[in-house]
Design a protein around this ligand. Sequence first.
Ligand code: ADE
Length: 225
Amino acid sequence: MRIDILTILPELIEGALNHSIMKRAQEKGHAEIILHNIRDYSTHRQKSVDDYQYGGGAGMVMTIQPIADCIEKLMSERDYDDIIYMTPDGKVLDQGMSNTFSLGKNLLILCGHYKGVDQRLRDIFITKEVSIGSYVLSGGELGAAVLVDSIVRLIPGVISDETSALTDSFQDSLLAPPVYTRPQDYKGHIVPQILLSGDDKKIEDWRFERALERTKERRPDLLED
Ligand code: ADE
């Protein structure tokens, strides 16, 4: 999968996506993540990317020209499954959305800043608007990193233990059950005996029960659908 990210702060995303699983996914060729600095596309003499908003009011707005030129160039090179805008007024990201995005071949993600981008960019190019939660960040970059991580780890082959991504929290609308590793006894806090029993069926049932219990307690909304 190829993911193009348009941003005025590529450094902010670079660090987040060049470690651990995301780094390996790119090295193994499962994902190609390309950062585009919007400023490089500005035809303004000072390479500016924002301007005052019409109608007045505090806060700058990202201008059409550099973003449109960058998107149009990329669109002339390949078809995109979606052109996503990261924004607090978008649809709140969930596992189902990440699953759907992970089936695509090419994604383009636009990160906003200041008061956001000129509405006409959204009207012309954007096919999905995504928020990572009901709070306002300084820009879309951290949201884009979260979105990309959640998508790329679902691409077959990215996680070596094939079943691992499938048993994540939310994957079947349940939170994940508790997990334990050595030692069996830490200062009197012991690992549930059933996990040491070697009985796969009983362990599976136990994990399901714990997942259900945890979901009922912490996220009952997940059980409503
Ligand atoms: N940009 C600013 N806040 C955001 C949020 N909550 N989600 C996605 N992009 C954002």
